[in-house]
Design a protein around this ligand. Structure first.
Ligand SMILES: [Zn+2]
Length: 84
């Protein structure tokens, strides 16, 4: 099966991150809670942010400022629903 290179993601990803991500709903892999990212418990530190589930405290995502980029790791989110 043929595949496309990553450039094809530019359009969809720009739409994704132009959305108001605080309205996006994530499902916690720890407890299954589904709630808007705006409701997550966010812990800022000198490197960036850690967002934790408001129900069970599991890490949902981390945003870290690296040298020359921003790194978003969504380790605890099974499904992210972004409003259109
Ligand atoms: Zn949870």
């Amino acid at each position: 099966m043929t595949h496309l290179d990553g450039n094809v993601l530019a359009g969809p990803l720009s739409e994704l991150f132009n959305a108001d991500m605080t309205e996006a709903v994530g499902r916690c892999l720890g407890c299954g809670d589904e709630s808007a990212l705006a409701l997550a418990m966010v812990y800022p530190d000198e490197m960036g942010f850690v967002a934790r589930c408001r129900q069970c405290g599991e890490v949902l995502l981390t945003i870290v400022h690296g040298p020359g980029d921003v790194r978003v790791e969504m380790r605890g989110i099974g499904v992210l629903k972004v409003p259109e």
